[in-house]
Design a protein around this ligand. Sequence first.
Ligand code: MN
Length: 165
Amino acid sequence: MTLGAYRRKRDFSRTPEPRGGAKSSQGRRFVVQEHAASRLHYDFRLELDGVLKSWAVPKGPSPDPGERRLAVQVEDYPIEYGAFEGTIPKGQYGAGTVGIWDLGAWAPVGDPHEGLKRGHLVFELVGGKLTGRWALVRIRGRADKSGGKNWLLIREGDAPLGQDP
Ligand code: MN
């Protein structure tokens, strides 16, 4: 579990958010939470290795393959956060309301650990709103001023039947 950064930012006597630490599951859930903080954004989370790998997507995911959405990787969140909806009080980290925008199952295409490491994670989503093949691609080089935190969330076009590699 790598929840140190998550926990350090929060006072669990003041925020209703989960501290985390329940038995980690080995599932493949995904969740997107709409977070009306100081700026509205969407938190995109993929369950992997007992935590939720997390990205803040300012404009939210787009179903249009031509629309690449900035996705800023943030600290890992506890699995329990995937069920969280509520209001984070004023003065606390991320103050504002959190609601579940979509959830479902995800499946990596290839080795997800390798994908995260090399900055190109491809996966399928089966959710209520989001389906099909998606990719998270890390922005590199001079275009990147985030120290590797900035990724793009991209809806990949579905290959025609029978032509899927
Ligand atoms: Mn957030």
